[in-house]
Write a protein of this length. Structure first.
Length: 461
């Protein structure tokens, strides 16, 4: 990297970049090398580092020296103004403990990178305040820290059109629908649950032999788990989906723990996991599979990337859940809302910024926010939304029948809302789409990033 910078200085000294944007810790060491090389020619470059997820890599001072960092002073923006600091000084400042009782650890690469850069950003205000600033030095960076939301360009109309192009003919054949009959959302859901899940044309993509072997072992005595040949449900029902990689972070266990309480009230409730296994999650694969065996009428898990039904599941589902224990942002919630899917999410990180709780703001609400690790709250939220679906979807209830369904809604605020508007679920769906369109398109999100670029360029001028 130093050789490349020397080449640029020699050939294009007047056209060096205005800003260098770093992402996470991986490029911190080469960036310090860049700044040192530029400093030798009395040059510098504005910089911004975005921390998407803290991972805490920590190395002793000699690691950096062995990586090519020398003692050439570089310009660092501190709370007191710009200072020319050697790497020895930078490391000493970043390794400073807040109390003598605190155990000593080398400073993280992320902390050094944040201190050295002109601006520190992350993907949500919540994560910035709860994790980034406290973890990376408080006063070392709080004056130069900001956030830029992630974005999502999923277009509902395009996805719906693609789903119909891929599946409409088969839907009509399986459901015995004539060509002039409009296929309802309820019928599309029935197609996925009672047919398509058991008739995938391709096995979900799994790149690990160990994961495939684990799934194969499980399938010997579990007919509901088989890579690409899972059994479909025998009936249809309200559907909640979840997606993501298998890890403790994602909180899938909360969903599994809630299943028995949900199906006591809604026996035909369906749970579909489209989740990505890794070699670190072999035990979870086994444990989750036991739940499928225990609830064969309610739960299916597709392990691996199943592109064939990924968009279809988003279009036909009734609720999406993102029950992460921590989540810097959570693009999965945006993808769900862009698919007109109300979201049940935990009050962590960016999820509490993207999802608007219908109980707090019923006019603009896009879902329900709950505490993490709380199956009881999840059960209440899911039953409430499923009952909204039932009232709206089946429609032709008498006044008495409608009241009976409404009285089964656990949440009193939601119950009072649906008494006013029996089609409130449809409003939530439209709110979801509008929320993404008006706040989280990349064409909107990047405008703040441009402002931040201009801000640090002005500081350097």
């Amino acid at each position: 990297m130093r050789c490349y910078i020397e080449f640029l200085i020699d050939k294009w000294k007047d056209n060096l970049p205005d800003v260098v944007h770093l992402h996470d810790y991986h490029v911190v060491v080469p960036f310090i090398g860049i700044k040192q090389e530029l400093a030798k020619y009395d040059l510098d470059v504005s910089s911004i580092i975005t921390i998407h997820l803290l991972t805490w890599p920590k190395y002793e001072f000699n690691f950096y020296i062995a990586s090519g960092i020398d003692e050439t002073p570089i310009s660092v923006l501190t709370k007191e103004g710009r200072k020319n600091l050697t790497f020895n000084e930078i490391y000493a400042i970043c390794e400073k403990r807040f109390s003598i009782d605190e155990d000593y650890y080398p400073p993280s690469v992320e902390k050094i990178g944040a201190f050295v850069c002109d601006l520190v950003t992350t993907v949500s205000e919540s994560y910035l305040k709860s994790d980034i600033i406290p973890s990376l030095g408080f006063e070392l960076i709080d004056f130069k820290a900001d956030y830029v939301w992630d974005g999502c360009d999923w277009e509902y109309d395009e996805i719906y059109k693609r789903v119909m192009e891929n599946f409409e003919a088969e839907m009509r054949e399986v459901l015995s629908l004539s060509s002039d009959t409009k296929i309802s959302h309820k019928e599309m859901r029935r197609y996925l649950l009672t047919y398509k899940l058991g008739h995938l044309k391709q096995s979900p993509l799994i790149n690990s032999t160990r994961v495939l072997e684990t799934i194969r072992e499980i399938s010997y005595d579990n007919p509901f788990i088989n890579n690409g040949k899972d059994m479909a449900f025998t009936d249809s029902g309200p559907l909640v989906i979840t997606t993501g990689r298998i890890s403790h972070q994602k909180g899938f266990e909360t969903i599994l723990e809630a299943i028995p309480d949900v199906i006591k009230i809604i026996p035909n409730a369906k749970f579909l996991f489209l989740i990505l296994p890794t070699e670190y999650s072999l035990q979870e694969i086994r444990e989750y599979s036991e739940h499928v065996k225990k609830y064969p009428n309610n739960l299916r898990i597709i392990f691996g990337l199943s592109a064939e039904v990924f968009h279809l599941a988003h279009i036909v589902a009734d609720v999406y859940c993102a029950l992460s224990r921590w989540e810097p942002f959570g693009i999965i919630a945006l993808e769900a809302m862009a698919s007109k899917l109300p979201v049940i999410a935990t009050k962590v990180g960016g999820l509490q910024e993207s999802v608007i709780d219908i109980r707090i703001n019923p006019e603009m609400g896009t879902g329900i926010l709950i505490q993490k690790n709380n199956p009881s709250q999840f059960t209440s939220a899911l039953i409430s939304l499923f009952k909204l679906v039932q009232i709206c979807e089946d429609g032709a209830y008498s006044e008495v029948e409608s009241l009976q369904i409404i009285n089964q809604i656990p949440d009193e605020i939601i119950k009072s809302r649906v008494l006013i508007d029996k089609n409130y679920y449809l409003k939530i769906r439209e709110n979801c789409l509008e929320r993404v369109k008006n706040n989280f398109r990349w064409s909107i999100v990047y405008l703040k990033l441009i402002e931040l670029y201009d801000k640090i360029k002005i500081k350097r001028d």
